[in-house]
Structures are given as structure tokens and as C-alpha cells.
Ligand binder design. Structure first.
Ligand code: PXP
Length: 240
């Protein structure tokens, strides 16, 4: 069964814009689970621009489905993962100046380091997923690390300038899926998926989980505005 991991970073981004207590990503995770999310994904970035350490601790206690901790392969993050024990970890590349994760992890270029991190986490019973482009060399290197999963980066597919390019990117994702499955890697995918572009990716044979954040939270904001305004009018009349 194809599952959905809901990425709640964007809720934390709104909270951090005011450095206040709302909206709380923990509440968002509960509601996402009530809506049918199969997992909750959160990225603890080195600069703590959205998700905070407190969020990860509370998510670990409250998430009833599974918690996927996205993180860079750094000593600090490995220590946090070993302590909080998420259900799985997704290793992602991280650059301070980027708006969001750009490109996949270069597993080929840092094989030994990634192998070491995978080994330490998986020895502690935390399966690891590597967020990579659908590139054969990266897939083979990922298999060599003994990581249980890869997450195929769907950003190029999502951002394709026209349907022809998008179709080519979809073919690359399909091939990447096949190559990974042959190497006994389990396959997830994510980044830039929307209500409009998700279906062809959801249909890729062997795909296990899609991690989706921005589009779901964007829709959540818009579909919730009417109700939120109505409730503020009630509050203004002392009727809430
Ligand atoms: N998967 C990974 C590894 C990511 O870094 C992100 C973005 O945080 C996502 C999935 C979700 O991407 P989006 O917010 O574009 O749905």
C-alpha cells in the first residue's frame, strides 16, 4: 500500500516567523494523523529555522503513526536521532542559504561518511533512507551503504517547465525505482509534489511512501480561512 508522510515543517515556519507558540506543529501532526496521514515527517535543520528540538521530543511522544526525522549527516544530528529514536531517519543535504532542500545527497562523493552514519543509526534499530536524485550511480552507492530506503527527489519532475520534460523526469523516476528495487532498496519519494502532479508518481511500481509538505499545508491554510475568520468574528462578540 502506498503511504503518505505529511511534512509539518511549514507549520513551524509560520510559527517561527513570529517566534511565538502558534501554530504548533505538534497539533498539526495530530490533525494530519486524524486525516489519515500514515506518517509524520519533520526536518530538524542545523540552523533551527523551523522545527525546534522541543518539537522533535514532543513528536516522538505524540505521533501515533511513524515519525520520519529528516536531518543532515552531522554528529549533532546523529546524537539527537540516537536519543529520540524516530521510526526512521532520512538523510538530506543541507546548505544554510537554501530556501528548501536543493538536490539530492551526494552519496557517491561522501560514501564512507554516509556509510558510517547509516551503520550507527541502523545498529540502533533506526532504519535510514537516503534522499537522492534518480541517478544510477547514486542508487548503487546508496545500496552500498546498506541503507534500507532511498527517497527519490521529485523536485525536477515537479518543477519541469513543460509536459515533455516532466514526462522525461517521470521516466527517470520510474527507472530509478526499478534499479533501487533490484538492489533491494525500499523506495520513497518526495519534494514539490502537489494535488496536480502527485498521481503519476503515486502510480510508479514499487513506490512505498510519498513525503509531502508544502502543498498540503498551503491547502490547509486556504481551506481553513473562512472558518478561521468566522471564529474570530465570534470571538470579537465574546461568543467563542
Ligand atoms: N522529502 C524531503 C527529503 C524534503 O526535504 C522535503 C522538503 O522538506 C519533502 C520531502 C517535502 O517537500 P514539499 O514540502 O515540497 O512537499
Amino acid at each position: 500500500m502506498l503511504t503518505l508522510g505529511v511534512n509539518i515543517d511549514h507549520v513551524a515556519t509560520v510559527r517561527q516567523a513570529r517566534k511565538t507558540i502558534e501554530p504548533d506543529p505538534i497539533a498539526a501532526a495530530v490533525l494530519a494523523e486524524l486525516g489519515g496521514a500514515n506518517g509524520i515527517t519533520a526536518h530538524l535543520r542545523e540552523d533551527r529555522r523551523h522545527i525546534q528540538d522541543r518539537d522533535i521530543r514532543l513528536l516522538r511522544e505524540t505521533v501515533r503513526t511513524h515519525l520520519n526525522l529528516e536531518m543532515a549527516a552531522t554528529e549533532e544530528m546523529v546524537a539527537i536521532a540516537l536519543e529520540t529514536k524516530p521510526n526512521y531517519v532520512t538523510l538530506v543535504p543541507e546548505k544554510r542559504q537554501e530556501v528548501t532542500t536543493e538536490g539530492g545527497l551526494d552519496v557517491v562523493g561522501s560514501l564512507e561518511k554516509i556509510k558510517d552514519v547509516v551503520d550507527r543509526l541502523q545498529s540502533a534499530n533506526i532504519p535510514v533512507s537516503l534522499f537522492i536524485d534518480a541517478d544510477e550511480a547514486q542508487i548503487k552507492a546508496s545500496a552500498a551503504t546498506k541503507a534500507k530506503f532511498i527517497e527519490l527527489h521529485t523536485g525536477k519532475y515537479a518543477d519541469a517547465p513543460n509536459p515533455e520534460v516532466q514526462q522525461k523526469e517521470l521516466e527517470l523516476l520510474k527507472l530509478g525505482c526499478q534499479q533501487a528495487l533490484e538492489l533491494e532498496l525500499r523506495v520513497n519519494a518526495g519534494h514539490g509534489l502537489t494535488y496536480i502532479n502527485v498521481y503519476p508518481v503515486a502510480c510508479l511500481p514499487g513506490m512505498e511512501e510519498l513525503n509531502i509538505g508544502h502543498s498540503i499545508i498551503s491547502r490547509g491554510v486556504l481551506v481553513g480561512i473562512e472558518r478561521a475568520v468566522r471564529e474570530m468574528k465570534l470571538a470579537m462578540r465574546g461568543e467563542l
